[in-house]
Design a protein around this ligand. Structure first.
Ligand SMILES: Cc1cc2nc3c(=O)[nH]c(=O)nc-3n(C[C@H](O)[C@H](O)[C@H](O)COP(=O)(O)OP(=O)(O)OC[C@H]3O[C@@H](n4cnc5c(N)ncnc54)[C@H](O)[C@@H]3O)c2cc1C
Ligand SMILES: *[C@@H]1O[C@H](CO)[C@@H](O)[C@H](O)[C@H]1NC(C)=O
Ligand SMILES: *[C@@H]1O[C@H](CO)[C@@H](O)[C@H](O)[C@H]1NC(C)=O
Ligand SMILES: *[C@@H]1O[C@H](CO)[C@@H](O)[C@H](O)[C@H]1NC(C)=O
Ligand SMILES: *[C@@H]1O[C@H](CO)[C@@H](O)[C@H](O)[C@H]1NC(C)=O
Ligand SMILES: *[C@@H]1O[C@H](CO)[C@@H](O)[C@H](O)[C@H]1NC(C)=O
Ligand SMILES: *[C@@H]1O[C@H](CO)[C@@H](O)[C@H](O)[C@H]1NC(C)=O
Length: 509
């Protein structure tokens, strides 16, 4: 795919004028420049190092620079501190079959955290049976599981408790639950194909190709609702439990694509984990492990192509000459100027407002007489009158002192918080440009933005947005870069990339 028009010839000149100010330009040169220090950028750097320099035929990339506009790495993996404790504020759960994340944690020596069952994020299906979950319709709880057993209770008592909860859920939703699990497991199995070895897994140049190869593409063509109706889920399960999950995980309803929906429902599987101390450490660890140059507080504002290299200019006025440029952030709400311009489909991001409150929920708001009757995880239906998507207890310091996390689609004004909470000691509000607004049939941006060496990792995000999907997309782009540069240096033996790093050949061996 190419997006150049007739302007191509004059624009490089223009780019030079615009991008290289005459006064005191700090211009560095780099082989590979990555925009964004989230998991996408960090894992890209890691894989590029792994895949390069390991045979005479593969190029070496010793000089990788990552640019991050913020003063810290991790992007949408971030923590918030409230009541002196830190909690995940963005990406919080990782699926046990997210094999890149599992391996990253292992090589980086990061420990998985398993929270106590009472407060574990209830997106683990069996969790619904072990902890206290309720579905709120704006005026009452349509369904609740039993309050947690006392911590002193025996293993047998806990088993019975969990069994009764399973029965309650089964009684309400019936066999449709099994069909839902089959639907999710099928998606998880297909996704596992992306961990196959090089011999049996192609390098993909487009997201469509990548999804078709694994059999996941169809899931992006139709809505979750349509897909679930086809496999025979009851309307009640779709409008209640499934809707609750998509609202918690993507802040959207069952009109998201089937694939994003399946990913969202997989967030109710067993064995979910997070990194002890914060998931952001995955990005921090990979960046350190890969020995790349990290530029913090360096916001890239323009990317121009001129004379076989890219010129990245930052808001601070610095510029960097890069042979290869990789975009590892969604471009949808950014103001990066591309010269020549690129063309990507218009996409809206779903904003998720994450509000942390230390205090106590108000039983009156929920039509209850006592706070002890309010479940630890409140999921909600798709009804305009409900101002939040979910409320969950993260930690309990005492009967009237808890930390809650609330997700909502719009900011929660203090007036409303004062109705929902009877006491509020501390409040933190975060506005996340969180994930794509999923719309079936999805249209994907290209991975190769200019047909040369400008790559876009987050074009994959329209399929589904998770830590792992970013890593999988980044791994493919790393392979694509190695393969395209290798074929280049066969055709053009004088290419800089080949000669510059002879000394570093075999350095990863
Ligand atoms: C509230 C919330 C809950 C979520 N829950 C989960 C979950 O439970 N499990 C899960 O797996 N995923 C979850 N996700 C999704 C997950 O966080 C993302 O899919 C993933 O972190 C995306 O990583 P990324 O590296 O692709 O993008 P990002 O993490 O967004 O990284 C992009 C980076 O680029 C930087 N940047 C942007 N523009 C520029 C510029 N011009 N110059 C320099 N730097 C720039 C940004 O500051 C950012 O650090 C959640 C997301 C949110 C918001
Ligand atoms: C996807 O849909 C097409 C057309 O409906 C069908 O031919 C194909 O078999 C489907 N693929 C998968 C993997 O379900
Ligand atoms: C679900 O979300 C879509 C897109 O935001 C919206 O058009 C639709 O009305 C919503 N469905 C319901 C049942 O509210
Ligand atoms: C839910 O996930 C946890 C890991 O976080 C796992 O240990 C547990 O077995 C799961 N729940 C149940 C009751 O199986
Ligand atoms: C950074 O990586 C080096 C090895 O490459 C390791 O020895 C060191 O402990 C790491 N530092 C951090 C903070 O992870
Ligand atoms: C890290 O990079 C620097 C500069 O590029 C290089 O001198 C050093 O040897 C590298 N270290 C490792 C462990 O790769
Ligand atoms: C991008 O520019 C537009 C118009 O100038 C502005 O409204 C918007 O806030 C900017 N977005 C960001 C993320 O800076």
């Amino acid at each position: 795919m190419t997006f150049f028009g007739a302007r191509v010839a004059i624009l490089p000149l223009l780019a030079q004028l615009v991008l290289l100010p005459a006064v005191d330009p700090s211009t560095e040169s780099a082989q590979v420049c990555v925009v964004g220090a989230g998991i996408g950028g960090a894992s890209f750097a890691y894989f590029l190092k792994q895949y390069s320099c390991n045979s005479v035929d593969t190029p070496c990339f010793s000089d990788i620079h990552i640019f991050e506009r913020r003063s810290n790495v991790g992007g949408r993996m971030a923590t918030a501190t409230i009541a002196g404790d830190t909690f995940e504020a963005g990406a919080s759960i990782i699926h046990p079959k997210n094999l890149h994340a599992v391996r990253f944690a292992s090589i980086l020596g990061l420990r998985p955290k398993t929270e106590s069952s009472e407060f574990r994020r209830d997106r683990n299906m069996s969790d619904l049976t072990t902890s206290w979950f309720g579905i709120w319709d704006g005026s009452q709880f349509l369904f609740t599981t039993l309050p947690p057993p006392p911590s002193s209770s025996s293993a047998l008592y806990r088993k019975i408790h969990s069994f009764i909860n399973a029965l309650r859920i089964f009684w309400r939703y019936g066999l449709s639950l099994l069909r839902m699990n089959l639907f999710v497991n099928k998606m998880v199995e297909s996704f596992l194909l992306y961990y196959k070895g090089f011999e049996s897994r192609p390098i993909f140049e487009t997201v469509e190709e990548m999804l078709k190869w694994s059999g996941l593409y169809n899931g992006t063509r139709r809505t979750l609702k349509e897909e679930l109706q086809d496999v025979g889920l009851s309307p009640l399960l779709i409008s209640e439990l499934v809707t609750v999950m998509t609202r918690i995980n993507y802040g959207q309803n069952v009109s998201i694509s089937g694939l994003a929906g399946a990913v969202s429902l997989a967030g109710s599987n067993d064995g979910l984990w997070s990194v002890d101390g914060g998931n952001w450490q995955l990005a921090a660890g990979l960046i350190n492990y890969s020995n790349v140059t990290l530029h913090l507080e360096e916001e890239v504002v323009s990317i121009g192509y001129c004379e076989k290299h890219y010129v990245l200019s930052s808001a601070k006025g610095n510029s960097f000459n890069c042979e290869i440029t990789v975009i590892a952030t969604p471009l949808d709400e950014l103001n990066i100027t591309f010269i020549p311009s690129i063309s990507i489909p218009r996409r809206r991001l779903q904003h998720t407002f994450t509000t942390f409150v230390r205090g106590l929920l108000n039983p009156k708001y929920f039509g209850l007489s006592h706070g002890s009757e309010i479940p630890n995880l409140i999921g909600t239906l798709e009804l305009p009158k409900i101002p939040f998507s979910s409320i969950s207890v993260l930690k309990k310091y005492g009967e009237d002192d808890k930390v809650y996390k609330i997700f909502s689609r719009t900011p929660l004004p203090d007036g409303l918080l004062n109705e929902v909470f009877s006491s509020r000691k501390e409040t933190i509000k975060i506005d996340w440009p969180a994930y794509p607004h999923f719309e079936a049939p999805e249209v994907f941006a290209p991975i190769l933005l200019d047909g040369k060496h400008l790559y876009y990792i987050n074009s994959f995000e329209n399929a589904a947005s998770t830590i792992e999907t970013s890593a999988v997309a980044a791994e493919n782009v790393a392979r694509l870069v190695v393969s395209r540069v290798s074929s280049l240096h066969l055709n053009m033996p004088s290419k800089k990339l080949q000669t510059r790093n002879q000394d570093l050949l075999h350095h990863e061996l």
